[in-house]
Design a protein around this ligand. Structure first.
Ligand code: HEC
Ligand code: HEC
Ligand code: HEC
Length: 149
């Protein structure tokens, strides 16, 4: 293969790589090289921290299936409880949403390039305490009125 073609391929590969990894690499670029999740509220998590680190996704997906398929609703591994204990304040002192790289869940996910669609429907931060506050785009609990408050 000629040099010109070789260089084009190298350039293309790095371009694609750069684009695909773009949003996931944000945290790294902004100077957070390793995940360092902020500490949650209270004494402990819903299970041991080491267990949570490795298995939180299974708990959540199981809880979701229980709710969606069997109609079982408990607070135990509810996403609402997670975001409430794991709220991280932003510059304004208000909890940040999943849009913000400081969000607890993103503190690791950006690093391992995990992308969640959960927060397109679920709130990624606790509801605002201000009475009468209008839920923002990224803070809605309801999907066509289905999700409970
Ligand atoms: C009652 C408050 C509370 C609730 C509810 C809660 N957590 Fe936690 N979580 C904590 C605390 C406290 C820790 C321990 C932090 C530490 O040891 O630094 C923790 C640790 C974790 C960790 C490990 C973080 C690390 O440092 O490695 C993960 C992941 C996690 N929680 C996810 C979740 C998920 C997912 C949910 C919902 C199913 C949830 N938590 C619900 C308080 C809570
Ligand atoms: C298209 C919208 C949508 C998406 C995306 C979505 N969910 Fe849900 N989720 C719902 C609805 C609707 C319910 C039912 C709530 C009910 O009936 O109580 C639900 C229920 C749940 C529940 C049980 C209720 C609770 O709050 O604990 C969990 C846990 C859950 N989802 C986790 C997840 C996780 C984790 C993801 C991402 C992997 C996700 N969901 C993505 C709409 C969605
Ligand atoms: C301590 C680091 C850490 C924290 C904090 C963390 N996660 Fe994760 N999460 C991971 C890792 C690592 C994976 C990927 C595991 C794998 O690929 O098998 C993952 C995967 C997931 C998945 C499965 C994604 C998929 O596509 O299968 C869900 C759902 C999830 N996390 C939800 C959450 C939620 C919600 C929070 C915040 C409440 C959170 N995680 C906080 C490390 C973390």
């Amino acid at each position: 293969m000629g040099w010109a073609k070789f260089i084009t391929i190298v350039a293309l590969v790095s371009l694609l790589g750069g684009t695909a990894g773009g949003s996931a690499a944000c945290a790294g670029e902004s100077g957070v090289p390793v995940p360092n999740p902020p500490k949650g509220k209270g004494e402990q998590c819903v299970r041991e921290t080491s267990f949570m680190r490795a298995n939180h996704m299974n708990l959540l997906l199981h809880q979701r299936d229980e709710t969606m398929q069997k109609g079982i609703r408990t607070k135990k591994f509810s996403l609402k409880e997670c975001v409430s204990c794991h709220a991280v304040p932003g510059k304004d002192g208000q909890p940040v949403s999943y849009e913000d790289p400081k969000n607890f869940c993103r503190s690791c996910h950006d690093y391992v390039a995990v992308k969640l669609d959960c927060f397109e429907c679920h709130a990624s931060k606790p509801p605002s305490k201000q009475a009468g506050a209008v839920p923002s785009h990224e803070n809605r609990y309801r999907v066509s009125g289905v999700l409970p408050q």
